[in-house]
Design a protein around this ligand. Structure first.
Ligand code: ZN
Length: 63
């Protein structure tokens, strides 16, 4: 995947929705305001979008 500035979840760009840029494990990513709460509260749900997201400290871990 190219390094376009799109939300890692919904792939909208900043023309469509506010995007927040962040860095994780040295890589740069963007996430939209709509999906930012997922990154904060349920980062494991982003594991397939965000390599090693399962390493993130998250509150609840329901397996
Ligand atoms: Zn999004």
């Amino acid at each position: 995947m190219s390094k376009k500035k799109i939300c890692i979840v919904c792939e909208k760009d900043s023309d469509m929705i506010p995007l927040i840029k962040f860095k994780f494990k040295g890589e740069k990513y963007s996430i939209c305001s709509e999906h930012l709460p997922i990154l904060i509260h349920k980062p494991q749900e982003l594991a397939e979008k965000l390599p090693q997201a399962e390493d993130l400290p998250a509150g609840n871990h329901d397996h």
